[in-house]
Design a protein around this ligand. Structure first.
Ligand SMILES: C[S@@+](CC[C@H](N)C(=O)[O-])C[C@H]1O[C@@H](n2cnc3c(N)ncnc32)[C@H](O)[C@@H]1O
Length: 424
């Protein structure tokens, strides 16, 4: 098992995505489920807590090479003692053996660790995180180091939430309603959802509660003309289609045709019939040019740093950079401008990201409103009321800002914008 973990760490260090590396490792060799879970937990735990692990290695005079990191993870994350580490790594070279001896019975936290080390964040992210979270930074960073829960969205085209709970129970999966989304379900652990009848028959889709809420506040109604501008593999398209009860026209566009194709089996499984997919040019598109003012609702689920999804993609922490942030902020602004032209008077544009950085969220919306005086921000409490949610709006500010520590969801942002004046 240690060899698989080490290979995975080396591949991730070389820049490959952790989820793809683990998938490839599990495709190559069929591990029993408990071993699989343990490998994934170790690899992802190490990636999540890399700064603290490396701080400890430095503290005990060891280099942060993959084998030393694994030794540190076994001691600091798993709490193994000397025989326990020996069992996994019987032939440790002398330097790693010495490191292991110094690390056993230590806890991961140490008062001498700088704030960015304690938060397991790259230094450059500390400032934007402090800007977003203030005194809650440590709690939110800790929550982002945790494991994401497993949420599902009930496909109301196929049945009710109660019907989904009952169907999942037939397969031994105990699910209960999520606190915020009226169509959300949550489960403990990682049950094999894709083997359940409820999933196979399209009654449920795996989707974080925050993403469900982004589709909800778009408020698309049956019979409307709606555009999911950055539809990707269709996660939110499916949620919007269900809100429209399959009636009206829902266009799903993306510049990545391959990702759009991934939506096909999901749409089929969900019995979704009102969606048309269309790959568009990354820098504009003749078809889009002809759709000016043509949509009641447009969702821009923009490409972003993904800082809100570090629980799921912990390796992204170490890949994002200030340069990437600057590039994304420009791209998001261009996409918003392009999408704005497609909204009809009185129509709505929802801008969403899975980023917790204000630079990609509120700043982006403020800059958009300054460029587009023909739009206004709809207070999130109003948008929330209008979609008839029985629950109170879960945030105090103008937009939907969800965080893992406060809401037990991915970090997520959504702003509802309304065209108040005719197109010029
Ligand atoms: C956050 S993902 C969308 C996820 C998707 N909405 C879902 O719910 O599964 C952002 C998407 O924006 C797309 N994208 C990036 N640049 C684009 C562009 N210039 N025009 C349109 N889509 C773009 C990416 O291909 C990616 O699928």
């Amino acid at each position: 098992m240690a060899a698989v973990v080490l290979d995975a760490l080396i591949a991730i260090e070389a820049g490959r995505a952790a989820d793809k590396v683990l998938k490839a490792a599990f495709d190559k060799r069929k591990w029993p489920p408990p071993a699989r879970a343990r490998i994934a937990k170790l690899v992802l735990g190490l990636v999540r807590h890399r700064r603290q692990i490396d701080w400890w290695l430095d503290h005990v005079g060891s280099r942060p090479a993959p084998l030393a990191r694994l030794v540190a993870a076994l001691a600091l994350l798993d709490g193994l003692d000397k025989p326990g580490i020996n069992k996994h790594l019987p032939d440790l070279p002398a330097p790693e053996k010495r490191a292991a001896e110094k690390l056993i019975q230590r806890s991961l936290d140490h008062p001498d660790q700088p704030a960015a080390v304690q938060a397991n964040l790259p230094d450059w992210l500390m400032k934007p995180f402090a800007r977003r979270f203030g005194t809650s930074l440590a709690a939110e960073a800790a929550a982002l180091c945790g494991e994401a829960g497993l949420d599902m969205r009930v496909n109301t085209i196929k049945g009710t939430r109660d019907a989904a709970i009952a169907a999942l129970a037939e397969d031994g999966i105990i699910a209960w309603p999520t606190p915020l989304s009226p169509v959300g379900l949550r489960v403990d652990g990682r049950p094999p959802i894709a083997r359940s009848r409820a999933w196979r028959e399209g009654l449920v889709e795996v989707q974080d509660e925050a993403s469900q809420l982004a589709a909800l506040v778009l408020g698309a109604k049956p019979g409307e003309r709606v555009l999911d501008f950055c539809a990707g593999a269709g996660g939110k398209t499916l949620a919007i289609a269900a809100g429209m009860a399959n009636k009206g026209r829902l266009m799903a566009t993306d510049s990545d045709a391959r990702r759009l194709d991934e939506a096909v089996p999901r749409l089929r499984r969900g019995d979704v019939h009102n969606v048309t997919r269309r790959a568009i040019g990354a820098e504009g598109d003749a078809w889009l040019g002809r759709q000016k003012g043509g949509f009641d609702r447009v969702l821009v689920d923009a490409p972003c740093t993904g800082t809100g999804t570090f629980r799921r993609n912990p390796d992204a922490k170490w890949r994002t950079s200030p340069e990437e942030l600057a590039h994304l902020v420009q791209l998001q602004a261009r996409l918003l401008d392009r999408a704005a032209a497609l909204v009809k008077p009185g129509g709505r544009l929802v801008y969403a990201t899975c980023s917790v950085l204000i630079e990609e969220d509120e700043d982006q919306v403020d800059a958009f409103l300054a460029r587009h005086p023909d739009f206004r921000a709809v207070p999130i409490a109003q948008a929330w009321r209008e979609v008839g949610s029985a629950r109170p709006v879960p945030v105090d500010g103008s937009h939907l800002v969800l965080t893992p520590a406060r809401h037990s969801t991915d970090g997520f942002f959504a702003a509802v914008l309304e065209r108040t004046a005719p197109l010029t």
